[in-house]
Design a protein around this ligand. Structure first.
Ligand SMILES: Nc1ncnc2c1ncn2[C@@H]1O[C@H](COP(=O)(O)OP(=O)(O)OP(=O)(O)O)[C@@H](O)[C@H]1O
Ligand SMILES: [Mg+2]
Length: 285
């Protein structure tokens, strides 16, 4: 049952200017390539009577990493979850505003939220491989649920996803071992492979490395930098250095509002807003 309601077509245009082109996007791009992945306008989210997001408008650029930062409880996960309609699963959650993905209204009445979640993959803070399944089964579970049966195709997609997640070399000889026999960092990359196997256009990551040691974190960061060549990535992180290392754009949320959204270099060296400066320099949060 959906608890969400969306209003959209009558919204005024966002007051926020579009973000500048990402540095790694060539100025002359193929005409068919969309300029914006998610266009979020006047997004408000409530849990029962508690308003958690307040009038958020921002445009997530394609094939770049956008980091969401801000103190605990400011609404980062709530924002991320509204990008793949996860709040539909929460009784009492209400979403208002508009979000388009490559120009299509994600919350239009004819749009099936399960199809949205297929197009917008998600990786969580705590890795969550299916405990009764093998490494291989974990990667192909989404495909099998979508009706793919041919063994050759499943194997091909599994290998491709594991290679993309930089895990293939470590697991190719133990594909049939239980997923929980992998290390914590490997389990998180397995979850990334599982998300990639269904070939989403976009990857959302909610603090994907916060439970990992520095070496495993470095692997995930390397992987994110590789994946952004093909995917739009939106990542929540508490780690300022991580945001600075891996993202092209950063959004700073505070108390449910978007304080500032800009190129990461600007946010971390010369933010326009005093609150942003105080947060990125560690004066609060
Ligand atoms: N399912 C839910 N039901 C009720 N309230 C919720 C739900 N999810 C989040 N909230 C509330 O929304 C607010 C924002 O939570 P959210 O998880 O988005 O914060 P966050 O910025 O991700 O924090 P953290 O950094 O601690 O993960 C909090 O006050 C939280 O209690
Ligand atoms: Mg969170």
């Amino acid at each position: 049952m959906t608890a969400s309601t969306m209003t959209n077509s009558t919204q005024p245009p966002s007051a926020k200017p579009a973000p500048p082109a990402a540095p790694d996007i060539p100025a002359r791009r193929a005409p068919a390539e969309p300029a914006v992945t998610f266009d979020v306008r006047h997004l408000n989210v409530w849990f029962s009577s508690n308003q958690v997001l307040d009038d958020i408008s921002l445009q997530v650029p394609p094939k770049a990493v956008t980091a969401i930062i801000g103190p605990s409880g400011c609404g980062k996960s709530t924002f991320l979850r509204s990008l793949n309609r996860m709040h539909d699963l929460v009784p009492g959650a209400r979403v208002q505003g508009s979000i388009t993905l490559f120009g299509e209204d994600l919350y239009a009445s004819h749009v099936d939220p399960t199809v949205v979640r297929r197009r917008v993959g998600m990786v969580f803070q705590k890795s969550n491989p299916f405990p009764t399944m093998s490494v291989a089964e974990n990667v192909t579970v989404g495909l099998r649920l979508n009706g793919v049966r041919q063994k050759a195709l499943l194997n091909e997609r599994m290998e491709r996803a594991l290679r993309m997640a930089a895990l293939w070399d470590e697991v190719k000889d133990r594909l049939h071992a239980n997923a929980l026999s992998l290390s914590g960092g490997q389990q998180q990359r397995l979850c990334i492979a599982r998300a990639l196997a269904i070939e989403p256009g976009v990857l959302l990551m909610d603090e994907p490395a916060s439970a990992l040691d520095p070496l495993a974190t470095a692997k995930i960061e390397e992987l994110i930098l590789e994946l952004k060549k093909q995917f739009t990535i939106v990542i929540v992180t508490h780690n300022m250095q991580q945001a600075a290392r891996i993202s092209g754009f950063t959004a700073f949320l505070y108390l449910g509002r978007l304080v500032e959204f800009d190129e990461t270099a600007k946010i971390f060296t010369n933010p326009s807003n005093q609150q942003t400066e105080d947060y990125v320099t560690g004066r609060f949060g």
